[in-house]
Design a protein around this ligand. Structure first.
Ligand code: AMP
Length: 143
C-alpha cells in the first residue's frame, strides 16, 4: 500500500507559510485548519522548513509568549525528512517513528505534493483492516 493511496483519499492540499511569518500566524493557521504542522516555503515554493505544534510549545517554554511575535524561521526544523508517493505507508511510518516526528511531507522531484501524518496513516490502515475483515466475513458466510 503506497502513500499515493492516502493522498488520493485525503487530498493534496498542504498549508504553507513563509519564513517571515510570525509564530502567531502559525498558531492561528494550525488552530483554524485543525492540523499539527505546516511547511515553510520561500516565495518560489521551495521548502525551507517544517514547524509543528511541538516547536510552538518549545518556543513558548523557552521564550515566553513574546515568541509568538518572532519569525517562524527562528523555530522551524530546517533538516526536513521527506518521502515519495511510491513509498509504502509502512516505510513512511517507520521513518516517522525512527525520526520521532509525526508529519511527512511528500515530494515529487523536490516539489511538495502532499503531507501525511501518523494519524492519516493509522486511519487509513484501520479502514483497510475493516475492509479485509468484512471481505473475509462475506467469504465465510457464502462458502
Ligand atoms: P511532530 O511530531 O511532527 O509534531 O514534530 C516533532 C519535531 O520534529 C518538531 O521539531 C518538528 O519540526 C520536527 N519534524 C516534524 N516533521 C518532520 C519531518 N518530516 N522532518 C524533519 N523534522 C520534522
Amino acid at each position: 500500500m503506497t502513500v499515493a493511496r492516502i493522498l488520493a483519499s485525503k487530498g493534496r492540499d498542504v498549508v504553507t507559510m513563509q519564513p517571515h511569518n510570525t509564530l502567531r500566524d502559525v498558531v492561528d493557521a494550525l488552530a483554524a485548519k485543525h492540523i499539527g504542522a505546516l511547511i515553510i516555503t520561500d516565495p518560489q515554493g521551495k521548502m525551507q522548513g517544517i514547524v509543528s505544534e511541538r516547536d510552538v510549545v518549545r518556543a513558548i517554554a523557552q521564550h515566553g509568549a513574546d515568541a509568538l511575535e518572532d519569525p517562524v524561521s527562528n523555530y522551524m526544523t530546517k533538516n526536513i525528512v521527506t518521502a515519495t508517493e511510491e513509498e509504502s505507508v509502512l516505510e513512511v511510518v517507520g521513518k516517522m517513528s525512527k525520526g520521532r516526528f509525526r508529519h511527512m511531507p511528500i515530494v515529487v522531484n523536490d516539489r511538495l505534493v502532499g503531507i501525511v501524518s501518523v494519524g492519516d496513516a493509522i486511519k487509513f490502515r484501520l479502514a483497510q483492516m475493516e475492509e479485509e475483515q468484512s471481505a473475509l466475513r462475506e467469504y465465510i458466510a457464502t462458502a
